[in-house]
Design a binder for this molecule. Structure first.
Ligand SMILES: Nc1nc2c(c(=O)[nH]1)N(C=O)[C@@H](CNc1ccc(C(=O)N[C@@H](CCC(=O)O)C(=O)O)cc1)CN2
Ligand SMILES: Nc1nc2c(ncn2[C@@H]2O[C@H](COP(=O)(O)OP(=O)(O)OP(=O)(O)O)[C@@H](O)[C@H]2O)c(=O)[nH]1
Ligand SMILES: [Mg+2]
Length: 474
């Protein structure tokens, strides 16, 4: 323990924050961390049983009952928890005060803490310190944030897995291998006059191939990981008045989206989560697709296309009461070839109005090659079939593979792709017998990308982006 504390960086400025949500609750927690927090805590806190009590002499992980005062007198009775560096979340000296959970009480205690020398913590600053002091890596810090914000069981599960550090371990192993090869190549550069080869090129080529394969698997897990976290991105698309908003509302069982007989009712897209058969669908109702003349609608249609391009599943709504389906069939075929990553269902709507629906649906099936199901969004007919179809379309997409590591964040996905590209370059250079220097450069670059994910390579901009999303007090 002593060696660990000796190697700890200087504790930061004392910071204070409320760690619990704003509002009325049974209890609330305030925490302080950093240099001199025991002195600060001692000036505002009196221990009932022991007036001579000093935080600096208290053992770590002990709780003390007492009261908090300001110049006017008593504020509240509290429990103070003592955490001694490095055995605290931030690895600094910390004190946590549990007080009564009223917003005014909490603000009073926060104010005395600030008056006594703490600065208000920035969002995520406690976790940032936990990262900078080596308690957790960047992936784990992000996982804590994701866990707090998780709104589904699957999002929660993936966050917990990531918090345990499985992906971190894989990436660290990768980094070590790359570092070793890199070091050997750089050693060759030092002996460049002697034309030696410390790193056998055929071996290196083979090792990089294995690493690249692993990177590719991680990159490929992103769609799956994202779905675990956010749900299946399901976009309801189609012409104006086809019944998209009606379908959204009927699926949700509430009047979320405005429905009217006027074509062009929905302007901006609307997103809501919908759970079916344990699969989370993130449903997006979009503006009807047409050449819009009016500026706002035009922007709406642009957004529709953007959402369609990001979809995992497109539910194309077609109005069966149209006289002619040729344009619709053409668009469906175009979507099929344009959005290859998405799966598509055609929902032929308004079966309650259309005569000869079964025949028309069969024709549509043949013309589009898609799964087509007849529905009445307004009357709720055919929806069970549609939901079943949605569910089978995404089978496997949202189920956790056992023991597999998933990439769930766009940041990680991009860094992994960049790393994989750098390895690809390195392998091409080796194949063409290129100079050692160029190969080493690509390996360094791959190393940097992998290191950015866990935070081994510290990039201030990335840190800000991550920790700014946290709550104050976390
Ligand atoms: N009251 C309280 N609850 C909390 C936190 C906190 O900071 N305070 N946490 C904040 O996110 C989470 C728990 N995370 C934590 C991680 C490490 C340590 C810690 O002090 N570790 C020391 C001591 C271990 C021990 O005595 O067994 C260590 O590992 O050295 C504390 C909290 C959730 N619950
Ligand atoms: N009879 C019948 N009418 C429907 C059905 N579904 C929708 N409608 C009607 O069709 C009209 C258009 O419905 P919306 O849900 O607003 O259509 P939309 O596709 O969202 O239209 P935009 O937002 O303009 O793109 C409304 O008058 C609905 O009541 C249906 O299954 N049967
Ligand atoms: Mg609409």
């Amino acid at each position: 323990m002593t060696t660990r504390s000796a190697s700890l960086p200087e504790p930061g400025m004392p910071i204070a924050a409320v760690a619990t949500p704003v509002g009325v609750g049974a209890l609330a927690i305030l925490r302080i961390s950093g240099r001199g927090v025991f002195g600060i805590a001692g000036r505002i806190f009196k221990k009932k049983q022991n007036p001579a009590f000093r935080f600096a002499e208290a053992k770590g992980y002990t709780a003390h009952f007492g009261s908090v005062h300001d110049s006017e007198g008593l504020i509240d009775e509290v429990v103070a928890l003592v955490l001694r560096a490095p055995n605290s979340f931030t690895m600094e000296d910390m004190v946590e005060f549990t007080c009564h959970g009223g917003p005014v009480v909490v603000q009073h205690i926060l104010k005395v803490l600030l008056d006594e020398g703490c600065r208000l913590a920035e969002p995520g600053e406690f976790t940032r310190r936990a990262f900078l002091n080596g308690r957790i890596d960047l992936l784990q810090a992000e996982a804590i944030g994701e866990m707090i914000h998780a709104r589904s069981e699957s999002a929660f599960r993936t966050a917990v897995t990531q918090m345990q550090g499985t992906l971190s371990l894989r990436l660290e192993a990768m980094r070590e291998q790359l570092l070793r090869s890199c070091a050997l190549l750089e050693l060759e550069l030092d002996f460049s006059e002697e034309d030696v080869e410390f790193q056998n090129r055929r071996e290196l080529q083979q090792q990089l191939g294995v690493l690249q394969e692993e990177l590719r698997r991680l990159v490929d897990s992103y769609q799956h990981g994202r779905i675990m976290k956010e749900g299946v991105a399901t976009v309801i698309a189609g012409r104006p008045n086809a019944g998209k908003s009606t379908l959204l509302n009927t699926l949700l069982g509430l009047e979320r989206s405005i429905v009217s007989h006027m074509p062009g009712t929905t302007r901006d897209y609307i997103e809501e989560c919908f759970l079916y058969n344990k699969t989370m669908f993130r449903l997006t109702d979009t503006a009807g697709l047409r050449e819009a003349e009016e500026a706002v609608e035009h922007e709406g249609v642009k957004r529709s296309y953007r959402k369609i391009a990001e979809a995992d599943l497109i539910v194309y709504i077609l109005d069966l009461t149209l006289d002619d389906y040729a344009d619709e069939v053409a668009r469906i075929l175009e979507f099929k070839s344009e959005y290859r990553n998405a799966r598509m269902i055609v929902a032929a709507n308004k079966i309650d109005l259309a005569s000869e629906s079964p025949e028309r649906i069969q024709e549509l099936r043949e013309a589009t090659g898609c799964d087509v199901c007849g529905i009445s969004a307004a009357k709720g007919e055919g929806l069970e079939t549609l939901k079943e179809l949605m569910s089978t379309m995404v089978v496997g997409l949202d189920k956790l593979h056992e023991a597999s590591v998933l990439v769930t964040s766009l940041r990680h996905y991009e860094a992994l792709r960049n790393a994989s590209d750098a390895l690809e370059n390195a392998r091409m250079l080796i194949n063409s017998n290129s100079e050692t220097e160029l190969i080493a450069f690509e390996l360094r670059s791959a190393l940097n990308y992998v290191g950015e994910i866990t935070g081994k390579v510290i990039n201030e901009e990335i840190l800000n982006m991550i920790f700014d999303q946290f709550c104050i007090g976390k």
